[in-house]
Design a protein around this ligand. Sequence first.
Ligand code: COI
Length: 355
Amino acid sequence: MTETISFPVTRTNKTKIQDVDFENLKFGATFSDHMFVVDYKDGKWGQGEILPYDKWSFDPSMAALHYGQAIFEGQKAYRTSDGGVQIFRPLANLARFNQSAVRMSMPEISEELFVGGMTQLIQIDQDWVPKKEGSSLYIRPFMVATDEFLGVRTAEEYRFAIICSPVGQYYSEPIKVKVEKEFSRVAEGGIGNAKAAGNYAASLYPTKLAQKAGFHQLLWTDAATHSYFEESGTMNVMFLIGNTLVTPSIGSTILKGVTRDSVLTLARERGVTVEERKVSVFEIIEALKSGKLIEAFGAGTAATIAPIAMIQEDGVDYHLPPIEQRPFAAAILKDLNDIRTGKAPDRFGWMMKIV
Ligand code: COI
């Protein structure tokens, strides 16, 4: 078990766990009994504490509500086969959180608060980590600007918090995606590689239109030419062409996914050639037409590995091979799950055991 820093704890006197149907978890709809909270004021972080999960009150002028200084992370804690609990790559999420903070002109946070707060919180709420295979405890660290002030400037006060939600699968079936060529989520030099709330807001309207038309998600393309793939709505995107795994390289418009990096590492371990580069829509459509595109899938914390069943481009539907004929993504998902649940050795040093 990892040595934890001891933050003060106020325990709830009424657990909600008996109301949770762990067999039928809806993503992000149920929250564990406690949360970690720390405020930033006068140029420094204050005392972190663990509190009962509860509503907050805030001033209507709160800066995050008006000018969007709001960032977050997505992580997961897993139940191991021996009944323990471990968190997947928390330091990678901390690094990305601090990159997002810098880009959004927000204060960075220490490992002690981010990882230490998370560790103690999940130790307290350990019964909330699902035991069912394929389920996990989704961890949502986030930071919002809390200044009570309407002038447009970098805020001076912030709140960082961590909440947890037991979850099952994000997508219950292979997904249908549309290549988006009209709207853009982000542009070069913008905040696309920050996990900023506003990026998700920008995606909602085009995604709603696509969902109304029967798609699960969009495949975003570059804002300048709409010719190159960037990422999908909730995850990075990968294509298996022959024995080569191709994925858009990280830049200012693409989120540096922790699952993305883990999948690429596991693919290399399996002897698959990995190419991180510009991936044109033309190339993928040609590969689909010629049958060279064997698999396509999204990779993300919430989504894990989400196989793509169909890609629509310019009104034409391109279907991928049936899921039973796609062993690669399934094997990578198994590799990931085995490491996360302790069934396979943690050969890349990804897991932090906390219980
Ligand atoms: C995640 O995968 O953790 C995400 O943040 C994607 C989405 C649920 C917002």
